[in-house]
Design a protein around this ligand. Structure first.
Ligand code: 0RA
Length: 745
């Protein structure tokens, strides 16, 4: 339907020329004619609606992806003005001018705040020019009016099609296949952007309806960018439960900042200008960083967390674990950089800086607990950074990192391909000696570490880095050290295996080494190159038969299996199992008393007597447990009436006793008869053959691969141990070490 009344005048020619330019060089206006450019059309229309929202006139935008490939955007803003434009010589409506003239949007910009979004801020006329057709419907001043266009040219006049009390704009457009390589909208691309827009415009509801498959999605964030950082931190442990929120306006620039720290070591700062992600940063980010560093430092000095003139926190320190969103709205943004995603306006740096300095200082004063935790975290980052720097200087001075001569203590393997080479890090020189003898020297290298140096109760990472042992370790592994400097390409072994004793000291050394690897060689762990050897805890022998056992649980199960074969009580099978479980537990507890110097017979007397008060033993938890167990045993095993005796059939022989302890020892003696049980306290107790067979032989051994989470946990334990609490001792390691099972306590 062609508008017959519409005749082309001089003004029209000019406009036609403008739209022609858009169609000739679309990439200049919308970036590309690929998938990104296609979606840019939607953003361009939506940005006008968002401007209405920013001006406070719109709180709802509906986007429909229609079956015919067109897209409809409906908002409840003021509606595009539809009256005749007073300054237009042709007497056209404002609506037509907005939709056909390049950059016409600004003409109507009045007192209201308008940021004219979109990467290029080109306006709806560009979308119109690049659409096969466009139809716009405006509800305003009680009327509904409509106009239709084809490739940017009006094909109908502005006509009234009904009455309404509502206001708003509805724009439907079909991307022109003559222009675009792809004309199918992607729901994922759009929903990602809409989610972002809803965070950036607090309370704005965006509804995405995909008429092609019936799916509907709604985006709204009542908390705005505060919800944004909360969602970015969703699966992390946060330091300040409530995000820091700072906002202000200066010289027509609106600044909004939300910050929430988490316990990680990474940094995630998203920056936006007029709702556009400025991935390359720019002046707003520079202002933010400078204010953050300055404000946290002066707060820390003022509150005595830092010594003035002596200590300071670097920008990297105060940004460790930060998640932040910076959103600025500027009337005339200048975008620079490779991808035009860097803000250039120089005045913005100072504005952001001032607003954040002021807002953050106030927040820190008002939230002293969170403030303290943030400062402590930055201080810890500073300490680690300083320690790593010192160590690097030290090693550089001594030429160790540059020097590729391998340390003498390392017994290297002949294999040079890292993917086939293993390095065993062994605690102690004697175990190291055994390992060197035991190994397959073609592919297994051995580096003994003298535990003594590491096994200092309060060994600190920085001290550790100055130790000869650790320097040897660094050279042996070959990738250097440090967050920025470790080079995974240099790693000489794709299996680095920690082999420590199954005792408290071993657990301590393992925690220390894991912490070291976590902080200094994280990629080694991320690539899955770090392992923990599983040396056996027991060796059991009967004649020629031999078996290694790796944990207390396994040992217990082994004994139980034999007991089940050799012991009987009257009654069903189930009862026997229950009885054995109880008597094993009874014996275990009694052995603890025995070790402490109490004779089991004395304890049993106390259990039987009713006058328990007075003895220091009877108030112990283990004592009441024993008492409960003996009652339970009476419940499962029948006693001979009259006599206070239990009777148990052990190896076809009836054994009677009133003492459960005696029954227990009899059972144990029977089980262990003919067995040689050896408990390994350390690797040094194994001869080379045994060490090879149980722990090093790739065919038989089990290795525990260390995950980043394991190492993170070790790091936490370490941090707690090295923290300000004065008395954290071995207990702590014993309770929290990676595997508690192998500990000799
Ligand atoms: C020009 C002037 C005014 C609003 C708009 C354009 C406008 C454009 C679009 C595009 C999509 N939705 C829109 N909503 C509004 C200001 C109108 C006034 O001052 O009343």
């Amino acid at each position: 339907m062609v508008n017959k009344e519409h005749t082309y005048k001089a003004e029209d020619i000019k406009i036609l020329k403008g739209l022609e330019g858009v169609r000739k060089r679309p990439a200049m206006y919308i970036g590309s004619t690929g998938i990104e450019g296609l979606h840019h059309l939607v953003y361009e229309v939506i940005d006008n609606s968002v401007d209405e929202a920013l001006a406070g006139f719109c709180d709802r935008i509906e986007v429909k992806l229609n079956k015919d490939g067109s897209c409809t955007v409906i908002d409840n803003g003021r509606g595009i003005p539809t009256g005749k434009h007073p300054e237009d010589p042709e007497g056209r409506t404002a609506l037509e001018i907005v939709l056909t003239e390049l950059h016409a949007g600004g003409k109507f910009e009045s007192k209201a705040y308008k940021v004219s979004g979109g990467l290029h801020g080109v306006g709806v006329s560009v979308v119109n020019a690049l659409s096969e057709w466009m139809e716009v419907e405006v509800k305003r001043n009680g009327r509904i009016v409509r106009q239709r266009y084809a490739r940017g040219i009006p094909v109908t006049p502005v006509e009234e099609i009904g009455k309404t009390e509502e206001r708003g704009t509805k724009i439907t457009f079909k991307p022109d296949p003559e222009i675009f390589e792809v004309i199918e909208f992607s729901k994922d691309v759009l929903s990602h952007r809409f989610k972002e827009l809803s965070y950036l415009n607090k309370g704005l509801k965006i509804i995405l309806m995909d008429e092609r498959d019936g799916a509907v999605e709604e985006f709204i964030a009542e908390g705005g960018i505060v919800s944004f950082v909360e969602d970015l931190n969703k699966n992390k442990k946060v330091i300040n439960a409530k995000p820091i929120y700072v906002t202000g306006q200066r010289e027509g620039v609106i600044v909004e900042i939300a910050i929430q720290y988490n316990e990680s070591y990474s940094e995630e700062i998203l920056t936006f200008v007029n709702n556009i992600n400025t991935r390359e940063g720019g002046t707003h980010l520079v202002g933010f960083k400078s204010a953050l560093t300055r404000t946290i430092n002066s707060y820390a000095i003022e509150k005595g967390f830092l010594k003035e003139g002596k200590e300071s926190l670097s920008g990297d320190d105060v940004r460790e674990g930060i998640v932040a969103v910076i959103s600025v709205k500027i009337p005339e943004p200048q975008f620079e950089g490779q991808t035009k995603m860097k803000l250039g306006n120089s005045e913005v740096k100072g504005i952001v800086e001032t607003i954040l300095n002021e807002g953050l200082s106030r927040w820190l004063e008002e939230n002293p607990n969170s403030a303290k935790r943030i400062v402590e975290k930055a201080k810890e980052a500073a300490r680690v950074r300083e320690a790593a720097k010192k160590a690097k200087e030290l090693t550089r001075r001594k030429g160790i990192l540059e020097d590729t001569t391998l340390p003498g203590k390392l017994a290297d393997c002949t294999e040079k391909d890292p993917s086939h080479a293993e390095l065993f890090i062994v605690e102690g020189d004697s175990a190291g000696g055994s390992a060197k003898q035991a190994r397959d020297r073609r592919c297994q290298a051995v580096l003994p570490l003298r535990g003594k140096i590491l096994n200092v109760e309060k060994a600190r990472i920085d001290k550790m880095l100055t130790s000869e042992e650790i320097k040897t370790l660094i050279t042996a592994i070959g990738g250097g050290i440090g967050k920025e400097n470790f080079d995974p390409e240099g790693i000489r072994y794709h299996k680095v295996i920690l082999m420590t004793d199954a005792d408290v000291d071993g657990a301590h050394i393992r925690t220390l080494l894991l912490t070291f690897f976590y902080r200094q060689m994280l990629p080694l762990i991320e690539k899955g190159y770090l392992y923990i050897a599983q040396p056996p805890l027991y060796r059991i022998k009967r004649g020629k038969w031999e078996r290694y056992i790796q944990s207390e649980e396994e040992f217990y199960k082994f004994l139980m299996d034999i007991a089940e074969e050799e012991v009987s009580i009257e009654g069903e099978m189930e009862k026997k199992k229950e009885f054995l479980r109880l008597i094993f537990e009874y014996g275990r507890l009694m052995e603890i008393f025995e070790k402490k110097g109490f004779a089991p017979s004395y304890i049993e007397k106390l259990i039987l007597s009713d006058i328990n008060e007075g003895s220091p033993v009877t108030s112990l938890r283990d004592f009441s447990l024993l008492k409960d167990i003996s009652l339970n045993i009476q419940g499962v095993i029948r006693k001979n009436t009259g006599e206070k005796e239990y009777s148990v059939l052990i190896k076809n022989e009836i054994f009677r006793s009133s003492s459960l302890w005696q029954i227990y020892t009899k059972i144990m003696d029977t089980i262990k008869k003919g067995l040689t049980i050896q408990r390994y306290k350390g690797l040094g107790e194994m001869n080379p053959d045994q060490l090879w067979e149980t722990t090093m032989d790739p065919q038989k051994r089990t290795l525990l691969q260390v995950t980043v989470e394991d190492a993170q946990r070790a790091n936490e334990i370490f941090t707690i141990l090295m923290g300000d609490d004065v008395e954290p001792r071995k207990d702590f390691i014993v309770k929290h070490a990676l595997e508690v099972r192998n500990l000799d306590i």
